[in-house]
Ligand binder design. Structure first.
Ligand code: NAP
Length: 281
């Protein structure tokens, strides 16, 4: 029941109709009997500043931010938490005392999704495919949680190098064009591989996997940030080769749960959020 006291949250994106976050958060509020509502907020890129001002004017307590606004929204916020600075992007806003504070829960959400599967990254070598916003958040999470080495593979050496330069003074990162022979060698060290590109998404055109798993040792875990479909071509191929696989559903739930906890200061009902997400997918 929405009352005069109901607190409002939403998700800012363009478009947002595909988002499962309203399903996940509204179910979580209902389960804990918290008086909040979470709505889709389609915002055209030209109106991002007005949308942030609107959050304050309309008394929102916070919001999530999704594609394509995670980076572009940063200059409009009053303050950035260390998580947002490290990730170079914002996926969560908390409105406090009339100020919009930007956070990023994607990196920690990814780490927590691994922990939930009893996988620890301490002392491991990670290989990432892709060097976009999600990769940056994941690298932030890895660096804060005891990773030994991070290898970035992309379709362009220049982009891989530019990505590495985003972490000045960081010696654990190396960037490659994934067609280079040296990248194939690097794959031999891989303890877990993470697809941070949209290759394999149900809305993305089908294309061949850009890297081969031939040189990846059998014990390596293969992760995909994609959750729709639950098993991408990469994960299917990995399963056939006997690897353990993890998709992006756990990360989606965990990044949402961390945002929920920032807004409400209550522990998020992760099992409910996960159930709702599985049904929605
Ligand atoms: P992004 O910022 O657009 O970055 C995409 C990266 O993939 C870039 O490095 C891009 O390279 C590369 N790429 C795109 N299309 C490619 C292709 N056809 N071949 C080779 N490389 C390609 O996107 P993002 O926000 O990082 O998101 C990446 C993926 O993570 C998406 O599938 C998204 O749904 C998923 N994600 C999941 C969660 C979760 O909670 N599970 C959270 C965030 C993101 P170029 O720069 O060369 O184009």
């Amino acid at each position: 029941m929405i009352t005069g006291k109901t607190k409002t949250l939403g998700i800012i994106g363009w478009p947002v109709s595909h988002s499962f976050s309203p399903n996940m958060h509204n179910a979580a509020f209902a389960a804990l009997e918290l008086d909040y509502i979470y709505v889709p907020l389609p915002v055209h890129p030209d109106h991002l500043g007005a949308a942030v001002a609107g959050l304050k004017t309309l008394g929102f307590v916070g919001a999530n931010v999704t594609i394509p606004h995670k980076v572009a929204i940063m200059p409009f916020l009053d303050e950035l938490d260390a998580s947002a600075k490290l990730a170079g992007a914002v996926n969560t806003i908390v409105v406090k005392n009339g100020r919009c504070i930007g956070y990023n829960t994607d990196g920690q959400g990814f780490i927590k999704s691994l922990t939930a599967q009893n996988y620890t990254i301490v002392g491991k070598t990670a290989v990432l495919m892709g060097a976009g916003g999600a990769a940056r958040a994941v690298v932030g999470g890895l660096l804060q949680n005891g990773i030994k080495e991070i290898i970035i593979g992309t379709r362009s050496l220049i982009k891989a190098q530019e990505f590495v330069d985003l972490f000045p003074g960081e010696t654990l990162l190396k960037g490659y064009d994934w067609q280079q022979e040296s990248f194939s060698h690097a794959l031999e060290k891989c303890d877990f591989l993470i697809n941070c590109t949209p290759i394999g998404m149900s809305s993305h055109k089908a294309e061949e996997l850009p890297i081969s798993l031939e040189r990846v040792k059998k014990e390596a875990v293969i992760c995909d940030l994609i959750y729709n479909p639950p098993l991408t071509e990469l994960l299917k191929e990995a399963q056939l080769r006997g690897h353990r696989v993890i998709n992006g559903a756990g990360m989606l739930v965990e990044q949402g749960a961390l945002a929920f906890e920032l807004w409400t200061e209550e522990s998020a009902p992760r099992h409910i959020m996960s159930e709702v997400l599985s049904k929605a997918i």
